[in-house]
Ligand binder design. Structure first.
Ligand code: COA
Length: 291
């Protein structure tokens, strides 16, 4: 396995592991938005490390949750992108955290065929070494406890970060702000979600928060727009949180707010019938009275 940092002209390496081959067409536009987002954020110090594996001789491999996939559909220029980790100065992140001089982890993702082979641990070790070299005073992340995604994996699990030396600094429900302190780091803080009074007589207001970093959040937003955009007396708004100032106003990067009340302050899934599992947004919006 080789771990290396991506250059500005290599964003395809940062999108190919983002979806299994059968799902890429659906997420095509979301993937383009992701590339635009990464380009913008690289100018603000975002760094993407990828773990690359050789293709090997097997034509197909087992992709848990999907089935058999062609090895070449997972590769780019002869290398399988087995995982990635993204980090940037906490001052620039669009996640709801404030802090000083910390490397903030926006995402870690290892593709299912490569789980439990030490890839995430190696990515993290490389990140921590680089964060030291860049004179950060620690690394921080927003992780979750018992947050199952797609029905079969833990979403940004706190247990993983705990294993690699991160410790809880603050908790909001099952979101946990965690820090790996290199020695003198000041503790980061959550930007807590704002309850906002948006109710209008006879109308139900729903705000879906999404960002270009994650093609799934674009997809959930698109499906919500299609199904609920002009629905009865439901007034929907779609808030793109690519800009940190927008995030600071709401304290929500991904999520759903109804009549000012925060229902999800994390990435919600869409539909029960759909393999994306959970069915959170559709279920909640369908249950809104008189919609
Ligand atoms: C969590 C995750 C990063 C772990 O990656 P990985 O490469 O399998 O992790 P490693 O092989 O380095 O394992 C690290 C440790 O975690 C343990 N581990 C890994 N997966 C595990 C699981 N599903 N359950 C329990 N323990 C697990 C390993 O046994 C190992 O423990 P040890 O150090 O005590 O031996 C990976 O499962 C993942 O990408 N999950 C999704 C993360 C996510 O939600 N990203 C955002 C998507 S938008």
């Amino acid at each position: 396995m080789q771990i290396r940092e991506l250059r500005k002209d290599e964003f395809d390496f940062a999108t190919i592991p983002g979806a299994d081959p059968g799902f890429r067409k659906t997420l095509k536009q979301g993937m383009s938005l992701r590339k635009e987002f990464l380009k913008k954020m690289m100018a603000k110090g975002l760094c993407i490390l990828v773990a690359l594996e050789d293709e090997g001789k097997e034509e197909k491999m087992d992709y848990p949750g999907v089935g058999q996939v062609r090895t070449k559909d997972l590769s780019l220029k002869g290398k399988i992108v087995a995982g990635l980790i993204e980090y940037l100065p906490i001052e620039e992140t669009n996640f709801p955290a404030r802090g000083k001089n910390l490397a903030f982890i926006d995402c870690i993702w290892v593709i299912p065929p490569f789980w439990k082979k030490g890839i995430a641990t190696s990515l993290m070790e490389t990140l921590l070494k680089r964060a030291h070299l860049r004179n950060f005073s620690g690394a921080a992340v927003i992780a979750y406890e018992k947050e199952s995604w797609w029905g079969f994996f833990d979403y940004m699990p706190s247990w993983f970060f705990q294993k690699v030396g991160f410790r809880q600094v603050q908790r909001d429900g099952n979101s946990i702000l965690m820090l790996k302190n290199f020695g003198t780091a000041k503790l980061p803080k959550f930007i807590l979600p704002q309850r906002k009074s948006t109710s209008k007589p006879g109308r139900v207001t729903a705000g879906l928060f999404w960002r270009g970093q994650c093609p799934y959040s674009w997809w959930v937003k698109t499906l919500t727009e299609e199904e609920f955009g002009k629905s009865g007396n439901l007034e929907s708004s779609f808030v793109n949180t690519d800009d940190r100032k927008t995030l600071e106003k709401s304290g929500i990067t991904f999520g759903l707010r109804i009549d000012g009340k925060v229902i999800y302050n994390r990435m919600p899934s869409w539909d029960v019938e759909n393999p994306a599992g959970g069915g959170e947004v559709k279920k909640v919006l369908k249950s809104v009275p008189s919609v």
